[in-house]
Design a protein around this ligand. Sequence first.
Ligand SMILES: [Zn+2]
Length: 153
Amino acid sequence: MKTLLNNREIEYQIKKSLRAQRLRVAVHCDARVMGKIVRIGGGKREYKKRREQAREFVLKKVENMNKIYNFSFKKISIRNQKTRWGSCSKKGNLNFNYKIIFLPERLAEYIIAHELCHLREFNHSRDFWNLLAVAVPKCRESRRELRKGIILK
Ligand SMILES: [Zn+2]
């Protein structure tokens, strides 16, 4: 459950115990980040297992989101990277991290639209963000969420 405390959203749980005589409140030290930080790991085996699933997922999403933009691109590759979710080369090739399949849908869509927009704007200028906002109106929020809350291992 969630509630607001000093304008911050706090997640909490109520547990009922037949043995408990009184109400007990426990605040855990990780409460500050609870539910926010997600670690996504996986070695070579995981990558091999999931690569085709990721490819299908990405191709479908690219096709859908590119209906908005209609950009042309060359190749789409699925990679196992530690630091990047995606990239776009000057030649028009798109690369995506296979771990994108583990993300919430809105973040996966953000990443895909982000790389698509680099086909037109090869930078992070205002024009780039405006273009991205056409498909993903909350793109800046998603960017922040990915930067702060999700750690690739
Ligand atoms: Zn970018």
